[in-house]
Design a protein around this ligand. Structure first.
Ligand code: PRP
Length: 223
C-alpha cells in the first residue's frame, strides 16, 4: 500500500514520477494505477494540465506523447513509464522492463496491396513509422530495403505507389481491410510494458517494487 505521509512521524514517501502515454491506452493504464492504490483524482478532470500529483499516495503523473515515454524514463525525468513493446524495440532505451501490462494488444506486421508479389529482384521499398524495426526484420532475411520513414497514415504509401510494403501496427485489421491491403507477415506481438529508470530502481527500490507488485495483481485480476 502507498504509505501515509502524516501519521506517527513516519517519513514522507519518496515521490515516484510516472510518465503515462497520452491517449486511450494512457487512460486505461491510469485506471490500473488507480485500482492499484495510486490514484490521483484530479487527473480525471478534463483539462490541459500535464502534471498531476498526489503526495499522500507518493505519485506524480505526466502525460507525454507515447513515443516520448522511453526518453523521459531513460533520462530520469520520470522514474516509471508505460510504453508499447513496438516503441521499446524501435528506440531500444536503457531502461528496465518490469512487467507486461497486457493492455494495448496488437501486432507489428508487413502488409501490402493484395496484388503485390515480391520477386526479390530489386530493393524493396518499405514505408513505416518504425525504421529500426523494419531494418532489423529485413536484415535478418538479407533483403535489401529502402526505408521510407513516414509519421502516419502509412497505409497510403503502397496505394499511391510510394512503397511496395508497409511495416506497421495492426490492431483490429480494419484500416488494412478498408484500404484493400493484406498482411504478408506478422513480425511480433505488442502490448504495453511497465518500464523503470535504472538508477531510480536502485535508489527507490521498495517504492518501485511495491508499484510493480500491485500492478501485477491488476494484470492477474484482468486475466
Ligand atoms: C495505427 C496504425 C494503423 C492502425 C491500425 O494508426 O498505424 O494505421 O492504427 O489499427 P487497426 O488495425 O485497428 O485498423 P494510428 O491510429 O495510430 O494513426 P496514424 O495513421 O496516425 O499512425
Amino acid at each position: 500500500m502507498p504509505r501515509n505521509t502524516t501519521t506517527g512521524g513516519a517519513p514522507a514517501p519518496q515521490m515516484l514520477s510516472v510518465a503515462l502515454p497520452k491517449g486511450r491506452l494512457g487512460e486505461k493504464v491510469y485506471g490500473m494505477f488507480e485500482a492499484a492504490g495510486y490514484g490521483c483524482p484530479a487527473i480525471r478532470e478534463n483539462s490541459r494540465r500535464l502534471i498531476f500529483e498526489n503526495p499522500a499516495a507518493g505519485v506524480r503523473y505526466f502525460w507525454v506523447k507515447p513515443s516520448d515515454v522511453p526518453i523521459y524514463v531513460e533520462r530520469g525525468a520520470a522514474d516509471i513509464g508505460v510504453a508499447g513493446k513496438d516503441i521499446l524495440l524501435e528506440y531500444n532505451p536503457e531502461v528496465y522492463e518490469l512487467l507486461d501490462l497486457g493492455l494495448g494488444r496488437c501486432r507489428m506486421a508487413v502488409a501490402a496491396r493484395q496484388d503485390f508479389h515480391d520477386s526479390g529482384e530489386r530493393t524493396l521499398r518499405v514505408a513505416t513509422k518504425f525504421p529500426e524495426i523494419a531494418r532489423q526484420h529485413y536484415a535478418a532475411r538479407c533483403r535489401d530495403i529502402d526505408v521510407i520513414k513516414l509519421n502516419g497514415s502509412i497505409e497510403l504509401a503502397p496505394i499511391l505507389g510510394l512503397s511496395d510494403v508497409i511495416v506497421d501496427i495492426v490492431e483490429t485489421g480494419t484500416t488494412l481491410r478498408e484500404n484493400n491491403l493484406v498482411v504478408l507477415e506478422e513480425i511480433f506481438p505488442i502490448s504495453a510494458r511497465l518500464i523503470v529508470n535504472q538508477s531510480a530502481f536502485r535508489f527507490k527500490t521498495a517504492g518501485i517494487e511495491a508499484v510493480a507488485e500491485k500492478m501485477k495483481e491488476q494484470v492477474e485480476t484482468d486475466d
